[in-house]
Design a protein around this ligand. Sequence first.
Ligand code: UD1
Ligand code: CA
Length: 480
Amino acid sequence: MTSPLDIIIMAAGRGTRMKSRLPKVLQRLAGRPLLHHVLDQAAQLAPRRVVVVTGHGATEVEAACADWTRAGAGFDLKTARQEPQLGTGHAVQQALPALAGDGTVLVLSGDVPLTRADTLAALLAAARPERLALLSVSLPDPTGYGRIVRGAGDAVQRIVEHKDASDAQRAITEIYSGIMAVPARWLAPWLARLSNGNAQGEYYLTDIVAQAVQEGVAVVAHRIQDALQVEGVNSPAQLAQLERAHQQRQAQALMEQGVRLLDPARFDLRQDARSGTRGELVCGQDVEIDVGCIFMGRVEVGAGARIGAYCHIANARIEAGAVIHPYTHIDGEAAGVQVGAGALVGPFARLRPGTQLGRDVHIGNFVEVKNAQLADGAKANHLAYLGDASVGARVNYGAGSITANYDGAHKHRTVIEADVHVGSNCVLVAPLTLGAGGTVAGGSTITKDTPAGALSVARGRQVSITNWKRPSKTPPQSQP
Ligand code: UD1
Ligand code: CA
């Protein structure tokens, strides 16, 4: 029988090098706060309880924990304040009262977002039933990290922090990742005995290793190869580096499912920071995505659909065989956007919330659509606006035409029935219904409903004056 798992996430540090007002653990990676990435890892291990240690920006960090709980965390999440911040050993000490003594404790850092759950599971296996297990990795440049000091037979002796290390110790390349697993009942007595007589005047969690060795407790270092998994975020440059690594991982996973990414290094899938909807891209067979596209929230792309270069697509469903040409902006926000099978959109099109395009709809360059439904085969190919509108099948909507849907106070709907032809540069003043099969002459401002099948013209009548003489300059008067 294995002991229950409890997790402590240290998240009280300042993160000075980010030079940001936001607490470090709330900086975003792929649109998601770092702390939420760490909570994701925790969730995969099905812990009994998780305690987040807060300090700097405690109220904001606690609010982020509450957001997580609201989203349905599936485990018991508590926070513990650490004030002032006297070091990592002191941080863990603040969390202990919230934990039962019979568990195995996994210590994580809120600023290390890319650790894999299977790595943590292996670390836990190494700690059970009665060992202290450290996650370690060898780095070409170990500067700044705690070093794993090994003795006879390679047995771990202690961890020495960089600032306290001798030159010989600084030459050690195996470093402590900041992640450990340990039976809970040992922690309280060990932490109580820590001293802060070191270079930083802090209570180091890492000093418990030497205590364990002294008491004859087995200490193991579970060494992994992939340094990325233990890399923390300390600066904007590191955050950007981890962002790219994370995006490459997501790109890799999609390619393994058969998605064709023209360049996995130029692919981004992010959480929608506005709603907190996770970044999720669900693709059918033979989907092709060109370079520089950014996906946000949940996006579905049907079989054989193609997404051109530099599109920004959020909260949308694109059905099979649709083609989104380059530089198209699609943002469904909460209402969503749906693009029907075989539709052609863009380049430079903008689809806003509540847009629903039927099969084979064409939306061309510089066309904006908002809260409008276009039935199968409808076309708006150039420079147009359709807002709060129902557009029937096969409607042709001319260049430069707009729905005037807003009277300054209220929005009104425009209904364009099937097979209507709207000429260029028309203003359709809502509320309005254009009867099926009718034609609206170019340049018309339509304010009244039009009958089915009629030609409607609403513009100044053309007048031509024959033999019209343009004014000419009168020659200057000659002086007498
Ligand atoms: C720590 C380890 C070091 C390891 C490195 C890996 C110690 C003493 N050292 O060093 O061996 O190689 O991580 O990245 O543990 N925190 C608190 N309260 C505090 C201090 C820190 O909550 O009082 C939190 C920080 O917010 C951060 C984590 O603990 O999430 C690590 O703290 P940090 O100051 O970054 O430790 P390092 O000096 O990097
Ligand atoms: Ca650190």
